[in-house]
Design a protein around this ligand. Sequence first.
Ligand code: NAD
Ligand code: ZN
Length: 234
Amino acid sequence: MNRKAHDRILVLTGAGISAESGIRTFRDSDGLWEDHAIEDVATPEGFTKDPALVWSFYRERYNQAKAALPNAGHLALADLEARISSRFNLITQNVDGLHSIAGNKKVFEMHGSLYRAICTVCKTSVSMQSIKPDIALPLCPKCNSLLRPDVVWFHEVPYFISKIETLLKCCDLFLIVGTSGTVYPAAGFVMTAKYFGARTVAINMEAPKNLSVFDEFYQGNAATILPNLLSEIN
Ligand code: NAD
Ligand code: ZN
């Protein structure tokens, strides 16, 4: 997978890259996310129905993410960015913050972050660290309305969509890691990248749903495969 010096590399990661850090994916657990139905904890309707349940779920995810460490897969991506800097960009569907902790700088967290909450009315951003853990329904410090986790749920529009479109159109290599290819719009990114001429590569434990669109597929654990594969790139 040796690339020419001018190659721009765009990486898209999903929950699978954090599996070795002890954070569960949801496809692997029968469509449930940490034993909860997706509709209950990852949709705006679920939040309207039971905001306290949703808040307690994301507090647990936040505490779990804070206690987790980046694995060899995250570190290999941070190392690659350090080597090729301006030619590298990383889009992640993950909300666990592990790419930044590993050292990546250009990270586009398209599904938001467990490290932030946002006001449901005035959109003020609040760090999770500043929210008292014993309050079931935290309120906005500015307007006193209900805060929500700053995580993009199903039926909502992800962050950075127009920036991502630009990156997809001008990358030479598009690499996806640890994502099932079932959650849209991210699952469709490879089509755009390929249409605009990128070489497309997938690393995943199982064949992604959209396997036929990839030029190369490496099946297995991202934490084992990434360090070897990326060390060839300069
Ligand atoms: P997904 O759960 O749908 O798919 C994960 C994929 O990773 C699976 O295809 C699985 O085979 C693969 N995988 C598992 N372990 C792996 C490993 N060690 N190496 C390589 N591949 C491995 O995840 P998704 O496609 O990212 O979509 C899930 C959505 O749920 C995300 O958009 C995200 O917002 C949310 N989510 C986030 C986290 C997190 O932040 N870590 C965890 C669970 C869910
Ligand atoms: Zn507010």
